[in-house]
Design a binder for this molecule. Structure first.
Ligand code: F6P
Length: 515
C-alpha cells in the first residue's frame, strides 16, 4: 500500500476515539458483525468508525482483491518469485482451472481409497493385524495444518490413532515410538519436496525402527509429496505415493492429500465435509462484496492493527482445548506468508508487514499472559475464537468457558477505572471474537479457508508476495555447513560470528560424550 494511503488512514484513525466513545454513540455497532458459513465474526471492539471503515474498504478496492482471487482461481502465475500458480482453491472445487481441479480430484480419490483400505483392514500390518497407529512425519505446512485439524476434530476420530512427529530432535520420534508396536504402525512421510532435513531424518529413523523389528518396511510407508519420483526412489511403493503439486504452497496444503492423516482419522465422509466447509468459505469470499466479506473485513482489521496502527503483535486465543494448535498453525500461515520486507516487485516495504502471531488457549492464558494484555504498556489486539455448541462432556463447563471469553473481551474493551496505579484497567484494548456454531469438519474447513484468504488479502494490502518463503533458506544452508563441521570435528578457518560458540560446543561435547 502506498505511503499516502497509509498516512491518510493514520490521520483518520487518530480521530476515531476510544471504544467507550464509539459504543456510547452506537451501542450495537452491528455493521461490524458478520455471519458466514457458520462463523459469527464480531469486529465491533476494533478501533474503527464508519469513516475509517469506508477508507479501509477503499484501500481494499485499490488493490483489486476480486480480480486477484480470480487470477488465483484461474491458475495464473500469482507467486511470481517462484513462477508458480497458487492453486489451493482447486483442491476443494473452487477453481476455474479444470486441469488443476482434475489433478487434485484424482489424487483425492486415490487418498480416499488408501485411507479406506487402511481403516477397513484391506491393508494390514506385518503381523496380519489391522493398522492401529499412523505416524505423520512432516514439518511446517506438512505438519501444522493436519495436526491442528486432527486435534480440532477429536470427537470425529474413528480410525487408527494418529501421531505427529516433526522435530529433528530424536526425542520427538523416540517419545512417539516408545508406546507403538512396529507391526501395526504405518508411517506417512509428508513432504512436498521430499528433501526436508527434519522429515527425511525422521523417516530414515522410522524405517530403521521397522527393520530392526524384522519388518519389511515398504508396506508400512505412505508418501504424500509433490516429488513422487524421489519418494519411490527412497523406497515408498508407487501405489502408496499420493501426489500434490508445486502449485500448492505448504502452509495452504491442508486440503490437498497432505490432509491424509486427518482422512485416516475421521474417514472420507467427514474429510469430505471439511473440504465442503472450505468450499463454502471460498464461495462466500469469491462472491461477497468487500464490506460483508468475512475474509476481507478480517484482513482489514489485522492490517489496520499492524500496518496502520503499528501494533506489532496479535494474540490468538482459542477458548477450546481442541483448537489448542490454532495459534501454531496461524504462526506459520501468517508469518511465513507475510513476514517480508520487500514488495512483490522487490522494492523495499516502508510499513510494518506481518505482526508477530502468538497465543494459547483460554482460559489457561488468562493465568499466564493476560496480565500484560490488560495492563502492559503495549496494545496487543486479541483474536478470540470460541465455539457455541459444547465440545466436552459437560455443558455447564462449556458455558463457563464461553463466559470467560466474553468477560475478557468486555474487560479489555471497557476496562475498570480506578485511581492511577495497580488496580486501574485502562480498557480501550481491541479484540475480535470469532464464534463457530460447532466444532465440526465443515466449520473447521470454513475457519481454515477464512484464515487462508485473510492471509492472502493482507499480503495484497501490504504489497508482498504471500506465497514464497525465501527467508527460511539461509538457515537451512548454514545448518548444513555447520553440521558438516561438527561431524568432522574440524571447524572451518572462516571466522564466523558463531565460531567461538562452535569451538566451545565441540569442547563441551567432547567432555560429555562417553569415552
Ligand atoms: O519452513 C519452510 C518450508 O518450506 C515450509 O514452507 C514448508 O511447509 C516446510 O518447509 C516443509 O516442507 P516440505 O513439505 O517440502 O517438507
Amino acid at each position: 500500500m502506498n505511503k499516502e494511503v497509509l498516512q491518510s488512514l493514520r490521520a483518520v484513525s487518530a480521530q476515531v476515539g476510544s471504544l467507550a466513545e464509539l459504543f456510547a454513540v452506537d451501542a450495537a455497532r452491528d455493521w461490524l458483525v458478520l455471519d458466514a458459513c457458520g462463523i459469527h465474526a464480531d469486529f465491533s471492539r476494533q478501533h474503527v468508525n464508519q469513516q475509517l471503515f469506508e477508507q479501509l474498504l477503499s484501500a481494499a478496492e485499490s488493490v483489486e482483491i476480486a480480480s486477484r482471487f480470480t487470477a488465483m482461481g484461474s491458475g495464473a502465475i500469482v507467486n511470481t518469485t517462484e513462477q508458480r500458480a497458487v492453486g489451493h482453491l482447486a483442491l476443494r472445487g473452487s477453481s476455474t482451472n479444470s486441469e488443476m481441479s482434475n489433478q487434485a480430484q484424482a489424487q483425492l480419490l486415490r487418498a480416499q481409497k488408501l485411507a479406506r483400505d487402511i481403516r477397513g483392514g484391506a491393508i494390514k500390518g506385518f503381523s496380519g493385524q489391522m493398522i492401529t497407529d499412523v505416524v505423520n512425519i512432516g514439518i511446517g505446512g506438512s505438519d501444522l495444518g493436519p495436526a491442528m485439524a486432527h486435534a480440532a476434530l477429536r470427537p470425529y476420530h474413528n480410525g487408527p490413532r494418529i501421531h505427529f512427529v516433526s522435530n529433528i530432535d530424536a526425542a520427538h520420534l523416540d517419545d512417539c515410538l516408545s508406546t507403538l508396536e512396529p507391526s501395526t504402525t504405518l508411517f506417512v512421510i509428508a513432504s512436498k519436496t521430499f528433501t526436508t532435513l527434519e522429515t527425511m531424518s525422521n523417516a530414515q529413523r522410522a524405517r530403521v525402527w521397522l527393520e530392526n523389528a524384522g519388518i519389511d518396511s515398504a508396506p508400512h510407508l505412505v508418501a504424500v509429496t509433490a516429488a513422487p519420483d524421489a519418494a519411490t526412489q527412497w523406497g515408498v511403493p508407487a501405489k502408496q505415493c499420493l501426489h500434490f503439486f508445486d502449485w500448492v504452497g505448504g502452509r495452504f496444503s491442508l486440503s490437498s492429500v497432505i490432509g491424509f492423516s486427518v482422512l485416516c482419522a475421521i474417514g472420507e465422509d467427514h474429510f469430505g465435509a471439511l473440504l465442503e466447509g472450505m468450499h463454502d468459505m471460498d464461495t462466500h469470499v469469491l462472491t461477497t462484496p468487500a464490506g460483508q466479506n468475512l475474509a476481507v473485513v478480517h484482513a482489514l482489521m489485522w492490517w489496520l492493527n499492524s500496518a496502520v496502527l503499528q501494533r506489532t503483535s496479535v494474540a490468538v486465543v482459542p477458548y477450546s482445548h481442541d483448537l489448542r494448535l490454532l495459534p501454531a498453525f496461524l504462526q506459520q500461515l501468517m508469518m511465513e506468508s507475510n513476514g517480508k520486507s520487500v514488495h512483490a516487485d522487490g522494492s523495499a516495504v516502508d510499513a510494518p508487514t506481518s505482526p508477530v502471531v502468538w497465543g494459547a488457549t483460554g482460559t489457561d492464558s488468562q493465568h499466564a499472559f493476560f496480565q500484560m494484555i490488560h495492563q502492559g504498556t503495549q496494545v496487543i489486539p486479541v483474536e478470540f475464537v470460541g465455539v457455541v455448541a459444547s465440545t466436552g462432556s459437560d455443558d455447564n463447563a462449556h458455558l463457563q468457558l464461553n463466559a470467560n471469553l466474553f468477560a475478557q473481551a468486555e474487560a479489555l474493551a471497557a476496562g475498570k477505572f480506578d485511581a492511577p496505579g495497580h488496580r486501574n484497567f485502562p480498557g480501550n484494548r481491541p479484540s475480535t471474537v470469532l464464534m463457530l456454531n460447532e466444532l465440526s469438519p465443515r466449520h473447521i474447513g470454513a475457519l481454515i479457508a477464512l484464515y487462508e484468504h485473510s492471509c492472502a488479502v493482507q499480503g495484497w494490502l501490504m504489497g508482498v508476495n504471500s506465497f514464497d518463503q525465501w527467508g527460511v533458506e539461509l538457515g537451512k544452508v548454514l545448518a548444513h555447513n555447520v553440521a558438516a563441521q561438527l561431524e568432522s570435528g574440524t571447524l572451518s578457518a572462516n571466522k564466523t560470528m558463531t565460531h567461538p560458540l562452535l569451538e566451545w560446543y565441540l569442547r563441551a561435547r567432547k567432555k560429555l560424550l562417553p569415552k
